[in-house]
Write a protein that binds this ligand. Structure first.
Ligand SMILES: *Cc1c(COP(=O)(O)O)cnc(C)c1O
Length: 508
């Protein structure tokens, strides 16, 4: 069925606000002007006054505006609406309390250039968050400046580079190889390359672990600056040889970077610092209260060993007695990586998250996140191929292998899930799994919701066998079916002009 484009049907298509415009319609009425206009030139010079008729601004009433935007707001899928199983994004629900705390006027109204003496509360908050993250990661050096996960990576590999330069002097320029497993997040090789390293890829085993033999082989080839490793990996598997991997890299003089974006699987249970990791970044906008994927600000703290902490970005926030201050006098620092202090609002949310959970709460959240992913793994492996055998951590990966024999692919399954009322999982990532479906339920879903999701997935698996066209043609319940996503991304139409409306009318 094609849906006719109507201007005002709540559950159907919605015209653009420009297309709803009717000449002369307004949302206000002002009293007649009862003052003399002479003399206006002295108040507002002519060149600053517009003389056009506000051409192109939609002429609509107040209720037109309210209903238009309210209707569209109901088309969004959101974390407040239901499960958001987008693997690698940790789309957990976060307490409203954290938002409330982030809106405390003393924080929101504080100017970033306010003197230290008047910013003690904010500096203390940053300092205490640093302390908490140091405790959680087992890495005492912390900078909250980086504004994204990838930015934290960049900061971390720059620290590695400076540390190697200091340790090896001239010889350091022969150490420019950064090892990155083939299961890595794409940002890892990108960050390494931007920091001047050459990337060499390490193979993964059938179990989704780092191939230790290949790792040793690459180490033997020399020139090793370090290794960047996501743990748990992007296929949701905990790297159980992590200690041995760290030892192997340290033996050849390199440093170990751990991508900690998946820390939701470890908080309160295991600490990267204890595993031998030297540098890590966290994604506060995943694990610590700000949801990922909204396109909003991020915070990707960089944490490192005591030994490396002198290289962290400056200024550092330090405590002298009972006072907090900015320490600019850090000659070994890689420098500033972000204006002011980073994205402060997210730090408030993160501290509220950590303090309201407490030690046991953080651990429980981790355990629930892992349990939920394992529950899905166990329930769905009958119907979908699970390429790696080990029990997953916070997320579980499947492939479309069984369904693709019937011509049903990952994209089709994801689109069909929309008909069942769920936000799709992450698809075609990571690249080492053909037709990957990466599912991360997080700790924010209960048993009943997980079972609903399992039912939907099982039902789609059945449809794929019995009526593949139903899945291939999905979604069937949305206003717009399959988009030409490549064209939408490559040639986006971002501006409406009146003749576009006429063209659309002519085209019917
Ligand atoms: C999300 C993620 C990143 C990148 O984080 P951004 O904030 O998007 O830059 C890096 N590594 C892993 C494993 C991730 O999941």
């Amino acid at each position: 069925m094609t849906i006719k484009k109507v201007t005002s049907h709540p559950s159907q298509n919605e015209a653009l606000i420009f297309e709803r415009s009717q000449e002369g319609r307004v949302g206000y009425r002002l009293p007649e002007l009862d003052v003399d206009e002479t003399g206006i030139d002295e108040i507002i010079p002519a060149e600053l006054r517009r003389d056009d008729d506000l051409d192109g601004v939609p002429e609509v009433s107040e209720v037109d505006v309210v209903r238009h935007f309210t209707r569209m707001s109901t088309w969004n899928y959101s974390i407040d609406l239901g499960m958001y199983p987008l693997g690698s994004c940790t789309m957990k629900y976060n307490s409203r309390l954290n938002e409330k705390v982030a809106r405390i006027a003393g924080f929101t109204n504080l100017h970033p250039l306010a003197p230290e003496g008047e910013s003690q509360g904010a500096l203390r908050l940053i300092y205490e968050l640093q302390e908490d993250l140091a405790e959680i990661t087992g890495l005492p050096g912390v900078s909250l400046q980086p504004a994204a996960g990838a930015h934290g990576e960049m900061t971390g590999v720059m620290i590695i580079r400076d540390a190697l330069d200091e340790k090896f002097g001239e010889e350091s320029k022969n150490r420019r190889v950064m090892l990155v497993p083939d299961s890595a997040h794409g940002t890892n090789p990108a960050s390494a390359s931007m920091a001047g390293f050459t990337v060499k890829t390490i193979r993964s085993t059938d179990e989704g672990l780092t191939d230790m033999e290949h790792l040793r082989e690459l180490c033997d080839q020399g020139g090793i600056a370090g290794l960047m490793l996501t743990n748990p990996s992007t296929v949701g598997v905990f790297e159980r040889n992590i200690k041995e991997i760290c030892d192997t890299i340290h033996e050849v003089g390199g440093l170990v970077y751990m991508d900690g974006a998946n820390m939701n699987a470890l908080v309160g249970v295991a600490r990267p610092g204890d595993m031998g990791v030297d540098v890590i970044h966290l994604n506060l906008h995943k694990t610590f209260s700000t949801p990922h994927g909204g396109g909003g600000p991020g915070c990707g703290p960089c944490c490192c060993t005591e030994e490396l902490s002198k290289f962290l970005p400056k200024p550092a926030i330090v405590k002298d007695g009972e006072r907090y201050r900015l320490d600019h006098d850090r000659p070994n620092s890689i420098g500033r990586v972000k204006a002011f202090f980073g994205n402060f609002g997210m730090m408030i949310r993160a501290l509220a998250y950590i303090r309201t959970h407490g030690d046991t709460g953080l651990r429980e959240a981790t355990e629930a996140a892992v349990l939920n992913a394992r529950y899905l793994a166990a329930k769905l492996e009958e119907d979908f191929e699970r390429p790696f055998a080990p029990d997953p951590m916070h997320e579980v990966i499947f492939s479309h292998k069984r369904q693709s024999r019937k011509g049903v692919h990952t994209l089709d399954i994801a689109k069909r899930l929309i008909d069942y009322g769920f936000h799709p999982m992450t698809i075609y990532f990571p690249l080492i799994v053909d037709g990957a479906m990466l599912i991360e339920p997080t700790e924010s879903v209960g048993r009943a919701e997980l079972d609903d999701f399992v039912d939907a997935m099982k039902s789609i698996a059945k449809e794929a066998q019995e009526d593949p066209d139903l899945v291939i043609g999905a979604p069937h319940t949305t206003r717009i079916g399959r988009l030409d996503e490549a064209t939408a991304a490559r040639k986006p139409v971002l501006k409406w002009t009146p003749d576009m409306g006429k063209q659309a009318e002519a085209a019917g």
